[in-house]
Design a protein around this ligand. Structure first.
Ligand code: ATP
Ligand code: MG
Length: 663
């Protein structure tokens, strides 16, 4: 298992005498060090898997890592191993220590749209810009472990002043709902461990060794949690690459890389220099590009792979043509090379860029999945259904209460809910509880109150069944009882309703299967749904082209990569040009380039629509920074291939292969 590692990788995998940091460039096998080290600790050092935790950046990465470790271990050896994100670990800690955190174990986890709504409520202001600014300030404070009291002292302008004023009310609302936001999932365990050393000791005994992937993107709160769990022994291995730090905007701080060296003077630092992923042409371009950033750690990367194909730089007339060109190229390339769809990735700076590519891929009948886009679980129809599940779990979750009682409409209007809400507010209780109090009758008309109580009883009955019957069955009955399908077809256009209903069917099927596989009932499953809301349903293994933002592509690799929309104003993003912070954008480009194994195509448009206007745009400065070894085509210099020509070529290729390509 260690024979498949090079000497410095092996050294990192076997080093258990103290804290260890592997600092190395893209594709040098950092993640492989983590998986091998877990296997080594279990198989060679007799450690129990349940005492080991590996922290990754996304759920997708966690699943991949689990799979890879599974292959290195036998039978039950991997049992109890923790492989998850910082947030998922946070959920486990808060759930188990809920009492100490002042929560009930079935607390709700709010996603960003829930959070926006609460901010809008406490601000008494629906202006999106204001709400976003407040939410962002509060989130940043939480990521830096700054309490409402401390925040008041950090006010710099009008917007932060408003945020500091609303922060306590926001927190109070969350607690009243028995709910936490994503930032709490790190901040709460940290505070809990500070205040309850005995709880920390329990967790230190449970998780005796920690491994952290993508360490460069941890934020202050996550670093503190790591330090707490690793304790004075510093029982951890962190791997990272400062050139791939791309989450500063979410509070991540590369300084945490350097902090490790001061906080742990005995830190063992290991560097890896051989890249196993990319051809030399791609690697050289990546190295040349990133050399434009100021650097603190010197890293060189080399590869035994040959020079490989030239990097293609393609100019398109506009975004439509760019998307069409990529779709056609994938079609023909796949036939020519008998490749799988899953060998291709289209990477872009912002989610909004995906739409045109989706359209063109559909036109060309190319299957695709999107990661890092709007999560499946963020869709309105899925949130409608999960609001019922949330309410069954946590009757104090007023957001879920309001959403479920009004979707579909059951004759309970805003006035009724407001009256009930003001009564509940006076009594400091949730809406659900308030409905059953006698005093409610003084505020809410009796017929209306009857309807509310009927709804609550319906939820109670459902909860009773959810604990005992198969998940899929309870869900089916729920959908039927609330007439959700009819509701969709009444409230949306036909095509939209069909698509939404099919998402709901997928959701039921997915939960049903998961319930059977994990032996869990609907309520237990519902607790995990909130967490996987960061996960994409599209992540499931299928042969499909991957569409992803550069941020979401971290840690992944693909034989053929299309980096699209590489223009000034897109990558680097206009806001970073304006604020002169393009080094992070360059790292983002570096992440994109280094995802490619064999071929890399970089495209840009000459004109792009912005609002109603069509503007001429310039290719990104990063293209010039890739050095030589680039092959230009399209744009003013060469006429792009016409669609007829491309289709004719494709038809010819398809005819050449009598057997269908393997999928
Ligand atoms: P990133 O910075 O993008 O996360 P990484 O440093 O984590 O990259 P890995 O994903 O671990 O790199 O490895 C890149 C590729 O190289 C993988 O396909 C991996 O299996 C392969 N690889 C790593 N180490 C070796 C090795 N010693 N021998 C052969 N292949 C290796
Ligand atoms: Mg990695």
């Amino acid at each position: 298992m260690l024979s498949k590692l090079n000497p410095p990788q092996r050294e990192a995998a076997m080093y258990l005498d103290g804290p260890c940091l592997v600092l190395a460039g893209a594709g040098s096998g950092k993640t492989r060090v983590i998986t091998s080290k877990i296997a080594y600790m279990v198989r060679e050092c007799g450690m129990e898997a349940r005492n080991i935790a590996a922290i990754t950046f996304t759920n997708k990465a966690a699943r991949e890592m689990e799979e890879r470790v599974g292959k290195l271990l036998e039978g039950g050896q991997a049992k109890g191993l923790t492989v998850c994100t910082f947030h998922a670990l946070g959920v486990r800690i808060v759930r188990q220590e809920a009492k100490l955190a002042g929560l009930k174990p079935q607390f709700s986890i709010l996603d960003s749209s829930d959070v926006m709504q609460i901010v809008a409520d406490v601000a008494g202001n629906k202006d999106k810009g204001v709400v976003k600014a407040v939410q962002w300030a509060i989130s940043s404070w939480k990521n830096a472990l700054i309490t409402p009291d401390e925040a008041v002292k950090l006010v710099t302008d009008e917007s932060t002043a408003l945020a500091a004023k609303l922060y306590p009310a926001y927190e109070k609302t969350l607690r009243a709902y028995q709910a936490v936001d994503f930032d709490d999932l790190i901040a709460l365990p940290v505070r809990l461990f500070d205040e309850h050393p005995e709880a920390l000791e329990r967790w230190q005994n449970r998780l005796r060794y920690l491994l952290i992937d993508e360490y460069q993107d941890t934020n202050g709160a996550q670093y503190k949690l790591l330090k707490q769990l690793a304790g004075v022994r510093g029982a951890f291995t962190a791997v990272g690459d400062d050139d791939q730090a791309i989450y500063a905007w979410r509070g991540a701080d590369v300084k945490n890389l350097y902090a490790l060296q001061t906080d742990y003077p005995k830190l063992k630092l290991i560097k890896l220099e051989q890249n196993y992923r990319s051809s030399n042409r791609i690697l050289n371009a990546a190295n040349t590009l990133i050399a434009n950033n100021d650097k603190l750690f010197e890293k060189k990367l080399w590869s035994e792979h040959g020079m490989g194909e030239a990097i293609h730089i393609v100019a398109a007339r506009d975004a439509e043509q760019e998307a069409e060109m990529v779709a056609m190229k994938i079609s023909s390339h796949r036939f020519e090379h008998r490749a799988n769809f899953a060998d291709y990735a289209i990477l872009y700076r912002g989610n909004h860029q995906a739409r045109l590519f989706e359209q063109q891929l559909r036109n060309h009948k190319i299957p695709y999945v999107i990661s890092g886009g709007q999560s499946f679980f963020d869709r309105a129809e899925i949130k409608d259904i999960t609001s019922y599940l949330r309410l069954m779990l946590n009757a104090d979750d007023d957001l879920a209460f309001i959403r479920s009682i009004t979707t579909p409409r059951r004759g309970i209007g805003a006035a009724t809910l407001e009256a009930l809400g003001s009564y509940a507010g006076q009594r400091h209780i949730g809406l659900f509880t308030a409905a059953f109090e006698e005093g409610a009758g003084e505020h809410v008309a009796s017929r209306q109150l009857e309807s509310v109580r009927e709804f609550c009883n319906f939820i109670n009955k459902l909860e009773y069944r959810a604990l005992r019957e198969p998940a899929a069955q309870v869900l089916e009955d729920l959908l039927r009882a609330i007439g959700y399908e009819a509701h969709l077809f009444e409230s949306c256009e036909l095509r939209e309703a069909e698509s939404k209903w099919s998402n709901v069917r997928d959701f039921v099927e997915w939960l049903g299967k998961k319930g059977e596989a994990d032996g869990k009932n609907l309520l237990e499953l519902a607790q995990t749904v909130a967490l996987i809301s960061m996960l994409n349903k599209g992540d499931e293994a299928t042969d499909a082209v991957q569409l992803a933002t550069l941020h979401a592509s971290k840690g992944l690799e693909f034989p053929h990569v299309f980096l699209v929309g590489v223009e000034e104003g897109m990558l680097p993003h206009q806001s970073s040009i304006d604020t002169d912070t393009i080094e992070e954008e360059r790292r983002l480009m570096y992440v994109g380039v280094t995802r490619a194994q064999r071929s890399l195509t970089i495209s840009y448009c000459e004109r792009r629509k912005s609002g109603k206007e069509i503007r001429t745009v310039e290719p990104s400065r990063f293209i010039a920074e890739l050095g030589d070894g680039l092959k230009h085509s399209g744009g003013k210099k060469a006429e792009p291939v016409s669609q007829e020509d491309a289709l004719a070529k494709l038809a010819k290729l398809q005819a050449m292969f009598s057997t269908p390509p393997k999928t």
